[in-house]
Design a binder for this molecule. Structure first.
Ligand SMILES: *Cc1c(COP(=O)(O)O)cnc(C)c1O
Ligand code: SF4
Length: 426
């Protein structure tokens, strides 16, 4: 199957676009100027239900929707669009809107960057003791873009092999010097957009280094959802499978951290074959997703998704609460509702699926999980706890926040004790 990508520039060439209303096409053109828009032939032909596009979770996952922008922002871009403003003017306005949507668009990549021998390790993050994150420069894009993702300020990918060799050798020295590190997580974007040659240049360097305390290589990827042919028919698919085998044969664990948002991503022949082919290398597939209004804010979707994953031998791992990105209002689910959806789905799957943890917020202080809601004499409370924390002594220590049925993020919560700040903000 040949990969073909579509963006704002060429999406009208997609035959199924003929099914959309004029209004919907205009919305794509307007919202797609501001939010990321890229989709591909697999998503279009094998995932989206075009007869029900208005409510189809897979359509909403990659095609910009009107509600993703505020009325005000929509109107500003619409005005430019209707009067045929030139590209320069549009870009200028769009950049201002993007800044407003996300005050620190590039901030994510600059946080938790270690300094090694006086040198900043760009493309590396080390926040939790055991796991180092690596953002290979050629892996900072994806086979399609999720409309809820605001990581695209980092979406580029134009670096040469020489630069990567330097990147990876610094990374290896850093891991060697940090014996608490057991896991190396390749992330992005999507590292599986890299060619097999580039991926193997990174992986082989790590394997050759034979770092005794390094036990697991993880690869975070959306390819099983967006382009399962990566493991089947791409011209370097066999090489990719070989790389996975080399990792496992070297004695390291390989964990594919697969990003799935809906059980429908687990139904095509291609994804089923890709899963089996990956598993045949000895790799383990773990799964994760944010909980998103309009896409999966329904316990039956999660129950079905976890059941299908477990049935395919995958290990459900995380349910995330989406962080404050551009279209947060559109996708937001209250903490209360996320907790109830998690609880309901979790209660109706076997123990094999109950490896999943969440719903969890990846905040500055750590990964904060909503454990439950308590009815106390002084009023309702959320029970929270850290799954991962900047300070390991915080992990698994329950703490209370005042219950707030509208809260969508940790910032919206106040300590139950009446204190101004939570202990981890002091
Ligand atoms: C989630 C996360 C990890 C990995 O945490 P695990 O609980 O080991 O999966 C590592 N680094 C950062 C910054 C993370 O957000
Ligand atoms: S696959 Fe991941 S990085 Fe890429 S657009 Fe989706 S959420 Fe963002």
């Amino acid at each position: 199957m040949g990969y073909k990508a579509y963006s704002l520039r060429n999406f009208k060439e997609i035959p199924q676009i003929a099914k959309l209303s004029k209004e919907k096409i205009k919305d794509i053109e307007i919202v797609g100027r501001v939010l990321p828009f890229k989709t591909n032939s697999y998503v279009i032909n094998e995932l989206i239900d075009w007869d029900n596009y208005q409510n189809d979770p897979l359509f909403i996952l990659t095609f910009p929707q009107r509600g993703m922008l505020s009325k005000e922002h929509y109107n500003i871009v619409e005005e430019l669009y209707l009067r045929g403003a030139n590209e320069k003017e549009i870009l200028k306005t769009v950049n201002v809107i993007r800044q407003e949507l996300n005050p620190h668009p590039a901030g994510q990549l600059e946080k938790n960057v270690p300094v090694y021998n006086g040198q900043r390790l760009n493309g590396v993050q080390h926040k939790y003791n055991e796991t180092v994150l690596f953002f290979p420069s050629q892996g900072q894009t994806c086979h399609a873009y999720c409309t809820f993702c605001f990581r695209w300020p980092q979406f580029s990918g134009d670096h040469n092999l020489k630069q990567s060799t330097k990147e990876v050798s610094l990374l290896i020295n850093y891991i060697k010097d940090n014996p608490e590190v057991t896991d190396l997580l390749f992330t992005g974007g999507d590292p599986m957009v890299m060619s097999a040659n580039i991926l193997s240049s990174y992986i082989d360097a790590v394997l050759e280094a034979k770092i005794p305390h390094l036990k697991t290589i993880r690869i975070g990827t959306k390819t099983l959802g967006f382009w399962p042919y990566r493991y089947l028919t791409d011209k370097d698919s066999d090489q990719i499978i070989d790389i996975f085998k080399r990792i496992v044969n070297s004695g390291l664990n390989l964990s594919i951290m697969a990003h799935f948002n809906h059980y429908r991503e687990l139904e095509s022949d291609a994804v089923l074959k890709a899963v089996k082919r990956i598993q045949s290398t000895g790799a383990i597939i773990r799964t994760q997703s944010p909980i998103l209004n309009h896409i999966n804010a329904d316990s039956s979707v999660w129950r079905k998704m976890w059941k299908k994953q477990a049935g395919l031998g995958m290990i459900p791992y995380y349910m995330f609460i989406p962080r404050d990105t551009g279209a947060q209002k559109y996708f937001a689910v209250t903490l209360d509702s996320a907790y109830n959806i998690f609880k309901d789905a979790y209660s109706n799957v076997s123990g094999i699926s109950r490896t999943v943890r969440g719903p969890s917020m990846s905040a500055n202080s750590g990964k904060v999980k909503v454990e439950g809601v308590l009815n106390l004499e002084a009023g309702k409370a959320f029970i929270l706890s850290f799954i991962q924390a900047r300070d390991t002594s915080w992990v698994k220590k329950p703490f209370l926040a005042k219950y707030d049925d509208k809260a969508i993020w940790l910032d919206d919560l106040k300590p139950y004790s009446g204190e101004e700040k939570f202990f981890f903000d002091k």
